[in-house]
Design a protein around this ligand. Structure first.
Ligand SMILES: Nc1nc2c(ncn2[C@@H]2O[C@H](COP(=O)(O)OP(=O)(O)OP(=O)(O)O)[C@@H](O)[C@H]2O)c(=O)[nH]1
Ligand SMILES: [Mg+2]
Length: 362
């Protein structure tokens, strides 16, 4: 299963606009709410400077970056957990993603003062978060009603689970997202099994008017995000999307015009990568040099399975060299002679920047 980020927010927040900017897939972007009904799914190539450097060395016919999946779901409204708007559908898609990109629309300059709009930003974010909280409470209540009888009859496991569920519900009822909770092991197991939403990592994306991108993010909004242990980024999704459509030269002119140092997309992608706890490893094989994304703590055996099931089945060993070491000597042959490469077994934990050559029987 690909690791994925779900883009969520109120209708018209600019979710599909951001999705288009990230993936260059021309999905429908409309000024009316609920323009997205079925989720849009796309892949974002992860630009990695190291892959470019490796290509200079290996001169591959094919250079393949790693990809991150991103899903643009329907907008959510108050009452979504009860099925308002496109509620339930929306929520089921969010259960399946691994991290959340929460877009808050802040580009309508026509009403109120800047300060009014800052307050509104927090209200909008809170509307969405409350729906996610209520959805998790529903999930927990459903589970609770399934195990209550068993728990009362004295079955130990169900009783313990019930205790955990009750304390999770209490925490959510206080208006908290589960991601800020210091969960113990048995809690984490239950949370994982139930696919709860508010436990997922989240980044807040303030989608601002093009004339407003360089304005400092107000403290109240920073505090709001901090209290939820989530980063907050400001962008203008429309501008990012328009920039993607231009060639290099036009892009530079456009950026100067808006006082943009650099586009926000690489930053959002980097934050997403970190939220998912991902690291990158590389393979250099025949004509192809390729980057791969895996969860931190992945073993060589698991990595082999990601590359090819046959490699996992016939796994013998893996030869590892770090990106830095290969760059230092500029050739795999010299690296071997100098003893920079090492042979590891199935349980070796892959580290960011490792270059893998797998040995396997066919
Ligand atoms: N000025 C401005 N307009 C934007 C920006 N982002 C989105 N819009 C406009 O806002 C409207 C809604 O954008 P969408 O990307 O379709 O919003 P959405 O969140 O996907 O909406 P639903 O799918 O209906 O929930 C469109 O008319 C966009 O052109 C922005 O950064 N600046
Ligand atoms: Mg949309």
């Amino acid at each position: 299963m690909a690791l994925s980020c779900g883009i969520l927010g109120l209708p018209n927040a600019g979710k599909s606009t951001l999705f288009r900017a990230l993936t260059s897939i021309p999905v429908l972007v409309e000024s009316y709410p609920f323009s997205t009904i079925n989720p849009n799914t796309g892949m974002i190539p992860i630009l990695d400077r190291r892959l470019g450097k490796l290509a200079e060395l290996t001169l591959p016919e094919k250079l393949t970056p790693a990809y991150l999946e991103v899903i643009d779901v329907a907008g959510l409204v108050k009452g979504a957990h009860k099925g308002e708007g496109l509620g339930n559908q929306f929520l089921s898609h969010l259960r399946e993603v691994h991290a959340l990109i929460h877009v808050i629309g802040d580009f309508d300059e026509s009403k109120g003062t800047a300060e009014d709009r800052d307050v509104e930003v927090i209200e909008k974010a809170e509307t969405v978060n409350q729906e996610l909280i209520l959805a998790d409470i529903d999930t927990l209540q459903n589970r609770k009603s399934k195990i209550e009888k068993k728990a009362q009859s004295g079955e130990k496991e169900s009783y313990q689970e019930l205790q955990v569920i009750n304390s999770l519900i209490e925490y959510l009822n206080e208006g908290n997202l589960l991601r800020t909770r210091n969960s113990k092991k048995e809690e984490i197991e239950i949370v994982d099994e139930l696919n709860l939403i508010t436990v997922k990592q989240m980044v807040f994306v303030l989608n601002r008017h093009e004339g407003n991108i360089n304005r400092e993010i107000p403290d109240e909004i920073k505090y709001y995000a901090e209290a939820r242990e989530s980063p907050v980024i400001s962008i203008c999704a429309k501008l990012e999307y328009e920039l993607q459509e231009l060639d290099e030269e036009e892009r530079e002119i456009f950026k100067k015009e808006y006082g943009l140092e650099q586009t926000a997309l690489p930053y959002i992608i980097e934050v997403s990568r970190r939220m998912l706890g991902l690291i990158t490893f590389f393979t250099i094989k025949g004509k192809e040099t390729k980057a791969w994304l895996v969860k931190d703590n992945t073993t060589a055996f698991e990595a082999a399975g990601k590359i090819h099931t046959d490699m996992q089945k016939g796994f013998i060993a893996v030869e590892i060299i770090t990106y830095e070491e290969l760059m230092e000597v500029q050739s795999l042959k010299t690296a071997r002679e100098k003893g920079y490469t090492k042979i590891e077994g199935k349980n070796y934990i892959i580290r960011d920047g490792d270059i893998l050559s797998l040995r396997f029987s066919q």
